[in-house]
Design a protein around this ligand. Sequence first.
Ligand code: SF4
Length: 301
Amino acid sequence: MLPTRIISQDGSCKYSFPLESNLRMESAFFMVPGRERPNIACISTQLGCAVRCQFCSTAEMPFFRNLTAREMLSEVTTILEDQYGPRILLEGFEVSFMGMGEPLANLKNVLKAVREIGSRYPEITRVSVSTAGPADRIHALIREMPIAPPIHLQISLHATNDETRRTLIPNAPETISKLLSAARKYHDVTGDQVFVNYVLIKGINDSPEDARWLARLDKEAFYIKISQLNTIAGLPAHLVPASMKEILQFSSMLALMGAAHKVFVGDGLDVQASCGQLAAIPREIVQVELQEEECSTVNLS
Ligand code: SF4
């Protein structure tokens, strides 16, 4: 079966690749004007995920298996060919290993895929990897440096104390200090600022104390990315997304404290292509089969 694509009203696309036993690997494509690399392919690294973040659709399914490097590459090439046709434009294109799965739990295949991307598409000058840990996987990644294209590391923190983090990410119970110290080492080795992902949840991790804690992170090594909690089926009732107004208030607190940060606004929400939403395809949305001749004629609604 061919992969399918769902197009969001904002132009983002969600791709779904049928695999064995009715399983699907899902990926997304986003255009973020104004960003240094405005075109992003967000790809999956595992079928299911054992980390079990409470705010993620992937966590609702069991962990089935790691994706192979070849499968990850097919996510990238399908998106590139669909978006750009035979005249592949790679300027400002970034591959982000942030879809379904914990990339560093499948490190060997992820590294193989990154190296293959580097040799097949030398114009791609950076890939991103987001991880919830553990620290020893970050150290294993460090041992592979340098790698082409370079890997921009992001860590999924989402809390400023271990107890809260354990409730949000039950299977990543490692201490925050161990995770941060491995990420710090990554910065020291690569010189790259590590992004700290922090999804803002009302009454859970949005207090002034949380802001103060985040503002104390070393600005040279870390850059905080605050994002909104996306709605998914099965989101536990106590996890209430902070509103955009509350996010901006939290951001103002961080700014007053001099924290290096930005507010990240997710795209593709209407087709469930945004953070934490992959793995659930809304049936009411029309899927378009990626027949080669149709690729360039599919219009955004
Ligand atoms: S957010 Fe990422 S690490 Fe957490 S359960 Fe979902 S796919 Fe796994």
